[in-house]
Design a protein around this ligand. Structure first.
Ligand code: CO
Length: 152
């Protein structure tokens, strides 16, 4: 009887694990930045059934990260300025992103011309129709390099 009970428990865990896995949905987004302080997209949309998002940032310019670096950081719109200020203080060694700052829902590293980077993040905790903004944390860039992130 004991073996039977253990078997049932193991089966139960397998079924549960399978169901949880099937519910995951990874959605992919791409955006690029150039040498003119521009992203190529003014907004990005993610369907509400996406549980994870993989965002790829490509720097299509030629200038180095020290002079024309780009990042892609996602926050609530209300948190943009606070994260920019803290990121500027953190400096280029931290990609102008405040280390461990929970206001950042997602953040890529800083890239220069010709480089590509990506970040994968969970949508758990995002609100459908919430007010979210993505932006570049390189000092001064977010005035132009920002866009609307739509979830739902
Ligand atoms: Co930039």
């Amino acid at each position: 009887m004991r073996g039977y009970a253990v078997g049932c428990l193991a089966l139960g865990l397998l079924v549960y694990g399978g169901a949880a896995h099937a519910a995951d949905k990874l959605c992919k987004l791409e955006i690029s930045g150039n040498d003119l302080l521009q992203y190529d997209k003014a907004e990005l949309k993610v369907a509400a059934d996406c549980t994870k998002v993989e965002l790829t940032l490509k720097h299509t310019g030629q200038l180095p990260a020290q002079t024309m670096g780009h990042t892609w950081v996602l926050t609530k719109t209300a948190d943009v300025q606070g994260v920019l200020d803290a990121g500027a203080a953190a400096g280029i060694a931290h990609s102008y992103e405040p280390p461990g700052d929970k206001r950042m829902i997602a953040a890529t590293k800083l890239v220069g011309g010709g480089q590509v980077t990506s970040v994968t993040f969970s949508t758990v905790g995002l609100q459908k129709g919430g007010d979210y903004t993505y932006f570049c944390t390189f000092p001064g860039h977010a005035a132009l390099m920002r866009g609307k992130f739509i979830f739902g």
